[in-house]
Write a protein that binds this ligand. Structure first.
Ligand SMILES: Cc1ncc(COP(=O)(O)O)c(C=O)c1O
Ligand SMILES: N[C@@H](CCCC[NH3+])C(=O)O
Length: 415
């Protein structure tokens, strides 16, 4: 089976090993073409003039990538002042930003309000705090649609077992708080969880949120959240989410609701992963191979400080092997790819069938663009890697410098 990087022409003639030599190892490499294509898929997920796609910045907040997403015509949702600042740096106008807050201070709410950014709150308590900032404010509320979905319990955000959203049973209390504080509800939103490969849970939650919307006449915004999955197991033939049929059914449900209610709010979604995940390959270097009690350990610089998903959720990322010596790839056998972090759980891939890997080889970890760099850390005082973008013409642009020891220590010295 051909590697993903070959079928997509990902590197556009650039040699992964040379990229590492130039920018350091490990390294996040992005494809501008793939990013633009995925952004367009999401921009057009409903066939309606009153539809908008908000890119969810938490998946990847690199300012150069945000600029491309902005150029493609997506709006954005932010989760913190830091994400708002990244969006501003990328040129997003404030009216294109939606602040989906979770357990934030009134100061953070004001940070968004002062910029004219719409704030969504996700509890009765936060709704009350928001309303007390001033009379006559406009707000959105995140509801829990009662349906959840996702690749791990840790990322399911709808349904009973989650901290997110206001219950559908609390609509009367919502109305009471709004009236008491003279706050106007202009939007409702939801997010059921991250990474589903079937359209059904999303469509079910869409219908539930549209039912909730009927309790509040004249809403300007109804936002159905993100969570659209990507196939992480391409090497095993996993199929992508059927975007075309999701689009048809989603559009049909929205049209039927508009016909029934006579209302035409702005409908939105909030995809993060789908837009950025497949646009990146994380490159790293093999520093040691050893056999421990029958297990072959491939020791790399790809620790969970660089990509936390496998350690955190047991997530699978396909791996490509790029031999250092130009040898042909041999038969596959079980190998466990680990990082250089001082924890036994520092495992990128456990017992994975891979061709023989040797010290000095380069590894490519696929689909690393979402929740890759954005969840990386300086654990063990390791430096966060650089990020580069391969443009359509094959040229390579540095879009984030690697950390350096000065940046690592600066907040602790000369106090
Ligand atoms: C409120 C909200 N919106 C959007 C997203 C984006 O999710 P995904 O990256 O799965 O599309 C998330 C993360 O799960 C979220 O919490
Ligand atoms: N960080 C998760 C997704 C959760 C997104 C935020 N609600 C992942 O890597 O799969």
């Amino acid at each position: 089976m051909a590697y993903y990087s070959q079928t997509t022409g990902f590197y556009k003639g650039n040699d992964p090993k040379e990229l590492l030599a130039k920018f350091g190892s490990p390294l996040y490499v992005y494809s501008e073409e793939i990013l633009r294509q995925k952004a367009r898929d999401m921009k057009n997920l409903a066939d309606l003039p009153n539809f908008q796609s908000n890119y969810s910045v938490k998946a990847n907040s690199n300012v150069s990538l945000l600029r491309i997403i902005h150029e493609e015509g997506l709006y954005a949702d932010a989760m913190s002042p830091g994400e708002i600042l990244a969006l501003e740096a990328a040129g997003f106008e404030h009216e294109k930003i939606f602040y989906v807050a979770n357990n934030v201070s009134s100061e953070e709410m004001k940070f968004a309000l002062d910029r004219g950014i719409i704030v969504s709150v996700d509890s009765l308590d936060q709704l009350d705090q928001f309303g007390r900032i001033a009379d006559g404010l406009e707000v959105a509320i995140r509801f829990n649609p009662g349906v959840g979905a996702g690749h791990s319990e840790k990322v399911v955000t709808g349904g009973k077992k989650t901290k997110f959203g206001v219950s559908m049973d609390d609509i009367d209390k919502v109305k009471e708080i709004l009236a008491r504080n003279k706050t106007t509800l202009i939007g409702i939103n939801q997010h059921i969880g991250s990474l589903y490969m079937e359209k059904d849970p999303f469509i079910a939650a869409v219908k539930n949120l549209l039912e909730i919307a009927k309790s509040f006449k004249g809403l300007k915004i109804i936002d159905f959240g993100g969570g659209f999955g990507i196939p992480y197991k391409k090497q095993s033939g996993q199929e992508p989410l059927d975007i075309a049929s999701l689009k048809d059914e989603f559009t049909e449900v929205l049209k039927a609701w508009m016909a029934e209610t006579g209302e035409t709010p702005l409908f939105k979604i909030e995809p993060g992963r789908y837009v950025v995940a497949e646009s990146s390959i994380l490159l790293g270097t093999v520093h040691a191979v050893k056999d421990n009690a029958g297990t072959t350990y491939v020791g790399t610089d790809l620790g969970f400080n660089v990509l936390a998903r496998p350690m955190m959720y047991d997530s699978h990322h396909d791996i490509e092997v790029y031999p250092n010596d130009g040898r042909a790839l041999g038969e596959v056998f079980e190998q466990t790819v680990v990082g250089n972090i001082c924890e036994s759980g520092d495992i990128m891939a456990k017992g994975r069938l891979l061709p023989e890997i040797k010290t000095g080889d380069t590894l490519g970890v696929m689909d690393a663009g979402a929740y890759g760099f954005s969840m990386s850390s300086n654990y063990n005082n390791r430096l966060k890697p650089a990020e580069v973008l391969i443009k359509a013409d094959g040229s390579v642009k540095l879009i984030r410098k690697m950390d350096n020891y000065e940046s690592l220590l600066i907040n602790m010295l000369n106090l």
